[in-house]
Write a protein that binds this ligand. Sequence first.
Ligand code: SAM
Ligand code: DTB
Ligand code: SF4
Length: 332
Amino acid sequence: MSDLLRDLDLLASPRFNWSRAEAEAIYTAPFADLIFAAQSVHRQFHQPNAVQKSQLLSIKTGGCAEDCGYCNQSAHFDTGLKASKLMPVDEVLDAAQKAKEGGASRFCMGAAWRSLKARDEDAICEMITGVKDLGLETCMTLGMLEDGQAQKLKAAGLDYYNHNLDTSPEYYEKVITTRTYQDRLETLNKVRDAGINICCGGIIGMGESREDRIGLLVELASLEPHPESVPMNHLVPVGGTPLQNVEPLDGLEFVRAIATARLMMPRSVVRLSAGREGMSGELQALCFLAGAGSIFVGEELLTTPNPALREDHHMFAQLGLEPMAAPSFPAE
Ligand code: SAM
Ligand code: DTB
Ligand code: SF4
């Protein structure tokens, strides 16, 4: 067993100075050693049989100025998606109410924007306050933020801001050319400074190398403090995007990435995010064993399909999982 995996007490204290060699030693460990260590650390800080449920809504769909090579919503690619304007606040609140009735405890609203414009701030803040008043946690993902905008979102009641690093710095420029890694880090700093919880993760299965996956995990674990929420998305291949025909990834690579995230960021909630529609129940069970503590529920993610509620209900029953009422982030 790798020395790094042997000392479970050491692994339980958050570190922000992981080297790629250390991350690689964890990621490539014998599978049973990796899962044993991930489960052991998971059980110190998280409920082993509870999974938090979030629901997504695309509040502004398509026509995005960015060229993210995986995305259904970029105006640079012809994916056949119909673009629409920002949704009216009352429709967003109706959808949030339904998400709550379906068992979600957090409502995540996503806009296909490069950045949040001043003219949309008031409507976005009304959505946040309205969703919060329904008794749901709130999450927004709106692209880059200018100085002062994060404070406005916080004042409206925003709990989480999602802004992903997506992949390693080297692979990033092969997938996205219209913004930089540094742009992402700057927005994350603004969110952190405003006192909003950070939801930051990436996408696995975009044709990146194992080293890129490890590079992403090192970048995420270098954020200090660690992101409270770390979404691990499996690429949902979308016709018309540059990544539509990417070679499918072995499912165990995804499980290794989740387990390594769990071990490098022990107190964060690691989220089994996009891509569940293409996964077997067994693969999802391995992701939970590896330390995933949260999923998206509802038949749609932002623009692509997600398993039906009844399928997830069945999976929870099979695995003896309970929905987590209030997601937790253990104090340092
Ligand atoms: N426009 C904002 C941004 O990029 O930050 C917010 C919305 S964007 C759709 C949110 C995240 O969804 C992306 O950062 C990416 O990680 C994920 N995502 C988008 N398309 C995906 C796909 N086809 N498969 C997996 N994840 C995807
Ligand atoms: C995240 O990391 N995954 C979610 C959420 N943050 C916004 C989005 C997944 C999108 C999957 C592709 C789609 O449905 O358009
Ligand atoms: Fe736009 Fe976000 Fe899609 Fe990139 S991931 S094209 S920024 S909606």
